[in-house]
Design a protein around this ligand. Structure first.
Ligand code: NAD
Length: 482
């Protein structure tokens, strides 16, 4: 059932929707300015009710047979698959990415649900040798308890999905707080959840950082699984205290290295995709590229031409556009600031450079490439989170690795080379949680994905995305048999 606009979001607690006091917060389409959603701003009391519901649901859900949890997660995936058009349209209207891209995001979310439905039955214990005859030690894995999932707006459904699927497959219950910029798609998701899962297993609260802080600080939350900015990650290190678990999937400034021995066609295609997809609003977007001197000029010229060829449009009206609207004023402004800063420091703009005139006042920017960017330029060491990439030349591989590792954050890095020695030098030397060589899809569903250094700690995806919601128990049995 498609919703009339604006989509009205309601707090989802204990398997039902609840009205909340206070004026709803409006969300406007960043491409058109149209009012598309109204969401509550949940208070600490609302958050408390949601956490209590997760606490109440935990004993039965954690003790359900893994096969039963698996069956229900497969059913949830099927229920979401039926709502792909509604979920995708809600994403495009409030987040800005083109409809085809949003549809791809929702399909990946459905895949994640099926993946963790399968993993739910693959949680094993082990027996370990003892220090005396007549004893056996069993190590079991148990769910940590009710968890909090706090997520950003750039992949509003997929990022909820990694936490929801991993946590519930492990036997945890969860309270999710979507971003205040993307409440509508979460409301549609709550309707799928309500039809399938027992009450209280998945709960949803709405609001901004205040609501997030109340959730993260709640004493009954066993673990906070957070995805978002470095700044909020630092704040959470102060909020989440005591024995509460914490994982931080934060941003970064992701580099790409292109050597003289790279396949330039592939490198240009990869750089174009990973710099500008979702208007550059990807945690693993390429921010900065180091190209070796032998290929530098040709690479810059071809990347500039590829960027200029991308079609920027309202992603509802043109579902297969390459680049849609940016989500927030803040990222729009920061991208323009980073372009101006690079120019001021002597870089040259070889593609794009500013807004798309005939799409104003929508938050559209032309995909922008700045060349000869010095290391001090903001684009070469700060996460822009917009459609901008800086390019600079390098001479030898050691220099490229040092410069690539030189900015804060260690989430993802990319390298293009057809030389085996260079491949391993780069794969091993780049100090990042994910390194993609000769491709730019650094995250796949069945391999662990996470950052290091300022990009945080903990893993999602893969079996680790489930074990991160488990804790160990050692049971030492005295049975007397030798
Ligand atoms: P953000 O940190 O501003 O907000 C993320 C979420 O945290 C939102 O739901 C927000 O309401 C909430 N929040 C804000 N302040 C809070 C506080 N003090 N306590 C608790 N919750 C709080 O980030 P954003 O602007 O929404 O998202 C963009 C950032 O997310 C980028 O830096 C990007 O790199 C990062 N990101 C990382 C990954 C990853 O996998 N590592 C994936 C996607 C996005």
């Amino acid at each position: 059932m498609a919703h009339p606009l604006p989509l009205s979001c309601r707090t989802f607690v204990g398997g039902d929707w609840h009205d909340t006091a206070g004026e709803p917060v409006p969300r406007h389409n960043p491409a058109t300015g149209e009012l598309v959603a109204l969401a509550p701003r949940n208070t600490a009391e609302d958050v408390d009710r949601a956490v209590r519901a997760a606490v109440d649901a935990f004993p039965a859900w954690s003790r359900a047979l893994p096969a039963e949890r698996s069956r229900l997660l497969h059913r949830l995936a099927d229920a979401c698959a039926e709502r792909v058009p509604d979920l995708a349209a809600a994403i495009t209207r409030e987040q800005g990415k083109p409809l085809d891209e949003a549809t791809g995001e929702v399909r990946k979310f459905v895949t994640a649900l099926h993946y963790y439905a399968e993993e739910a039955v693959r949680v094993f214990g082990r027996t370990v040798p003892n220090d005396a005859h007549g004893f056996t030690s069993i190590v079991e894995q148990e769910p940590v308890g009710p968890v909090a999932g706090i997520v950003p707006w750039n992949y509003p459904i997929e990022l909820i999905g990694w936490k929801l699927a991993g946590a519930t497959a492990a036997g945890c219950t969860i309270v999710i707080k979507p971003s205040e910029y993307t409440p509508g798609c979460a409301q549609v998701l709550s309707e799928c959840v309500a039809a399938v899962l027992p009450p209280g297993v998945v709960n949803l609260v709405y609001g901004d950082g205040e609501t997030g802080r109340a959730l993260a600080a709640h004493p009954a939350v066993a673990k906070v699984a957070f995805t978002g900015s470095m700044r909020t990650g630092q704040a959470l290190l102060r909020t989440v205290t005591g024995v509460t678990g914490l994982s931080l999937e934060l941003g970064g400034s992701c580099p790409m290295v292109v050597t003289d021995r790279a396949d330039l066609d592939a490198a240009v295609a990869g750089a174009t995709r990973r710099s500008f997809r979702n208007a550059g609003q990807i945690c693993i977007a390429i921010n900065r590229i180091y190209a070796q001197r032998g290929v530098y000029r040709e690479f810059v010229e071809r990347l500039g031409a590829a960027a200029d060829a991308l079609r920027v449009a309202d992603g509802m009206a043109v579902p297969d556009a390459d680049v849609g609207a940016l989500t927030m004023d803040e990222t729009h402004r920061r991208t323009l600031d980073h372009i101006a800063d690079a120019r001021d420091r002597g870089a040259s703009v070889v593609a794009g450079g500013g807004p798309v005139a005939d799409l104003a006042p929508g938050l559209f920017l032309r995909p922008t490439v700045v060349a000869d960017a010095p290391d001090e330029a903001l684009v070469m060491h700060e996460e822009t989170f917009g459609p901008l990439v800086g390019v600079a030349p390098f001479t030898d591989l050691d220099e490229a690795v040092t410069r690539a590792n030189g900015a804060p954050g260690g989430l993802a890095a990319y390298a293009y080379t057809d030389d085996t020695r260079e491949t391993f030098t780069l794969a091993r030397g780049l100090d990042f949680g994910n390194v993609a060589v000769n491709n730019v899809d650094a995250g796949i569903m069945n391999a662990p994905y996470g950052g290091r250094r300022e990009s945080g700690f903990g893993s999602e995806h893969g079996h680790e995305g489930l074990t991160s919601f488990l804790q160990l128990k050692h049971i030492r049995l005295r049975h007397g048999a030798t």
